[in-house]
Design a binder for this molecule. Structure first.
Ligand code: HEC
Ligand code: HEC
Ligand code: HEC
Length: 159
């Protein structure tokens, strides 16, 4: 092998080495950006919700941005999938060709997350709001040591 051939060979090998370094660097940067959520998610808007996304994108861009950042959007679960309602439901109303409800309850989530909703409904969390209509808070004050007579007209009954 002549000296010149050796030089060319070394130049080619060095070129390959630098190219592989740059390639690894590029892949690493792309991976980190994806991990940090800096790359746009792969979202396809189902036809049934295309108009909702277009119009609400103008009227309430924050709702659409929030949705676009969600696992639901990535999984093709859009507005109608959650907001759809039956005409007979008390809060249902017609809105641009679809019957929807504003408030999406665990019953709506249950269409897809039946197991999670079943667990939730068996938990104390699902009835926690009932404390407002109960005397449980008064009981808690007694347990804490309050001995004043109970006055339902006091701003803090029992104190
Ligand atoms: C052409 C525009 C347009 C389209 C299409 C549209 N919306 Fe709306 N939507 C609005 C505007 C404006 C409001 C707020 C005024 C109102 O309450 O009507 C609204 C209100 C709402 C509300 C809240 C109502 C309330 O009680 O506060 C929900 C939920 C909603 N839209 C969901 C949807 C869904 C789901 C779709 C797709 C089936 C959709 N929208 C399609 C413009 C649109
Ligand atoms: C995973 C289910 C889910 C999806 C998907 C979803 N929403 Fe909602 N949306 C909700 C829930 C839950 C609420 C809060 C209802 C409440 O106030 O209890 C809500 C509230 C709203 C409101 C009322 C906000 C307010 O404060 O008055 C509007 C408008 C709305 N959604 C529009 C949309 C649009 C447009 C899309 C599609 C891009 C969408 N939603 C997708 C579950 C969903
Ligand atoms: C039309 C079906 C559908 C409805 C309705 C629905 N979801 Fe989902 N949800 C999905 C799918 C699909 C995924 C993504 C796959 C998975 O994690 O199971 C998901 C994922 C989730 C996740 C995991 C998010 C993450 O980042 O890992 C949560 C939390 C969730 N849903 C809550 C809800 C709640 C709360 C409601 C009701 C307000 C709801 N979903 C309504 C289908 C649905």
């Amino acid at each position: 092998m002549t000296l010149n051939q050796k030089r060319v060979l070394i130049a080619i090998l060095s070129g390959c080495f630098i190219a592989s370094l740059l390639f690894v660097q590029y892949r690493e940067t792309a991976r980190k950006a994806e991990e940090a959520g800096l790359t746009p998610a792969h979202i396809s808007v189902p036809d049934s919700s295309a108009e909702c996304v277009d119009c609400h994108g103008e009227a309430n861009p924050s709702i659409i941005d929030h949705w676009k950042g969600s696992t639901h959007a990535e999984s093709g679960v859009a507005c109608v999938e959650c907001h759809a309602a039956e005409t007979a439901e008390p809060d249902a109303f017609e809105h641009y060709g679809e019957v929807i409800a504003t408030i999406v309850t665990p019953n709506d989530c249950a269409r897809c997350h039946a197991g999670v909703v079943e667990e939730f409904e068996a938990s104390h969390h699902s009835s926690a709001g009932n404390i407002l209509a109960s005397l449980d808070n008064f009981l808690a004050e007694k347990v804490e040591g309050n001995r004043e007579p109970f006055s339902p007209h006091s701003p803090t009954p029992g104190l």
